[in-house]
Design a protein around this ligand. Structure first.
Ligand code: OOG
Ligand code: NI
Length: 459
């Protein structure tokens, strides 16, 4: 039972997301510029496209659009990951999905912490893509031991944050004062630190192994490396970024532009070179690049059948390109994507009829005022206009896209080939629990909405 004096986890998450955004805006000025561009574009789209405005109104997404962000962090040890899971749980966030990045030459595996119920997502859809470094993939045993010993020494949580997590777990929640303290204390874990925990030479060695390893091991904590707003038209933002002093990566990750957006499209700008003080230097003479900017456009969540079709078409386009998409082959890549995705129906009725996407069902005004619909089936209610279907928005990430985002920020070092691949079991052991299957969550939301419609109209 939740205590009447406790602040709801959803509200804590909403406040935390705002605090994170304020901190990042202060730390990374380009983030502010990107936010303005996204807000401006979203206003434009809503004014010029009444259908999108209507659809977002029906689903309630219009109210969460300006709040919508995802962040990303990378941690070094099982203990850090397990404690993060407890910290995020205080804010109603659970680990959803498992992403293996080793096929793309990035020595991590990941999950996304987020709210899981549509009502909670409505209050705050804040998500954090969280990666765990796979130290076992460092070939040099001496360097591996060194990295391990540096990580074992650090503590990425403030003592007060740890106490408040325990309070939340034993009391079942946090009071107003505790919730306020928690937001401030939790934020510290994600802050950027100018001072490194290793010498310049140790940094160089870690970095030579993989730049990502240096990013995780050489610092006091898992600084948030990007915070991504949601745009309603990613092509407009991508085209306008240069005019705002922001250079985007060569291609937009995810599906091509469509009438009916699906899954997730993302683009990013290159990591910034930032001054860093190594332990053997008195001033910030060194530099490190980790933090970058990203934007995303979200579309319909796909069913297993829709996702299989997406994966097949994406692979076909990439196989035909015969290379990672880059500056030189970007135009050809876009053309191949458009060509292959011609096979994916681009209207919501077909996607619904062929069970390619998940939908939410709503009783219409007509439905509310009509009588005599008792025991009608969902299809009857749809065809007589008493119920309408809106696509369910995709709340997760895409492994191939995530790899593309990692790579555009890591450069050549990301071409490493690892013999060992997916290891969800090891990840979940480190996490201290299993990850949730995202497809089950969408199916549940769809089912709840159908039941609610039938209960209203067939009562
Ligand atoms: C995460 C990269 C993946 C996304 O949105 O797919 C990502 C990272 O660089 O830590 O952010
Ligand atoms: Ni991201």
């Amino acid at each position: 039972m939740s205590h009447p004096n406790f602040v709801s986890p959803d509200l804590i998450r909403q406040r935390f997301s705002k605090a994170m955004s304020d901190m990042y805006r202060e730390e990374v000025p380009l983030y502010g510029a990107l936010m303005e561009l996204v807000e401006h574009t979203n206003r434009q789209v809503l004014e010029s496209d009444p259908q999108i405005a209507r659809q977002l109104q029906s689903t309630g997404e219009i109210q969460r659009l300006d709040l919508e962000r995802h962040g990303a962090i990378r941690v070094g040890t099982a203990k850090e990951l397990a404690t993060l899971a407890r910290l995020f749980a205080v804010m109603g966030m659970q680990p959803v999905g498992y992403y293996d990045l080793t096929p793309a030459g990035v020595p991590v595996h990941s999950t996304a912490f987020r709210a899981v119920h549509e009502a909670a997502l409505q209050v705050s859809p804040f998500r954090v893509f969280t990666s765990l470094l796979r130290l076992e993939l460092i070939e040099d045993p001496q360097l591996r031991d060194f990295a391990q010993s540096v990580l074992d020494k650090r503590s990425i949580f403030t003592p007060q944050a740890l106490t408040l997590i325990e309070h939340a777990e034993t009391q079942g929640g946090l009071t107003e004062q505790q919730a306020q303290d928690f937001v401030l204390q939790a934020l510290e874990t994600f802050r950027w630190h100018h001072s490194a925990t290793v010498t310049a030479e140790q940094y160089r060695q870690l970095s030579a192994q993989h730049r990502l390893i240096a990013d995780v091991v050489a610092f006091k904590g898992p600084h948030i490396n990007h915070l991504t707003p949601r745009t309603l038209d990613i092509d407009i933002v991508q085209a306008q970024m240069p005019a705002h002093g922001i250079t985007p990566k060569a291609v937009i990750e995810g599906p091509p532009r469509r009438q009916c957006p699906i899954l997730l499209r993302q683009t990013s700008f290159k990591a910034l070179d930032e001054p860093v003080a190594f332990t053997d230097q008195a001033d910030s003479r060194g530099s490190h690049s980790a933090r970058f900017g990203e934007i995303e456009q979200r579309g319909a969540a796909l069913t297993p059948k829709g996702r299989a079709l997406y994966d097949r078409l994406l692979n076909a386009a990439r196989d035909e390109l015969k290379d990672f998409p880059n500056e030189a082959n970007a135009a050809r890549y876009n053309a191949l994507m458009t060509q292959h995705f011609g096979e994916f129906p681009d209207n919501f009725d077909s996607m619904r009829e062929q069970e390619l996407a998940y939908f939410r069902y709503f009783v219409t005004e007509e439905g509310r005022s009509a009588e005599g619909t008792r025991q009608a089936s969902l299809e009857d209610l749809l065809s007589n206009g008493h119920v309408k279907a809106e696509p369910l928005v995709y709340e997760d990430f895409l492994p191939v896209s995530a790899a593309g985002i990692f790579q555009s920020n890591l450069g050549d070092a990301a071409q490493t080939h690892y013999g060992e691949h997916s290891n969800q079991q090891a990840f979940e052991k480190a996490l201290g629990r299993s990850t949730i299957d995202e497809l089950g969550l969408y199916a549940e939301t769809q089912r709840r909405s159908i039941e609610a419609c039938l209960a209203t109209l067939n009562a």
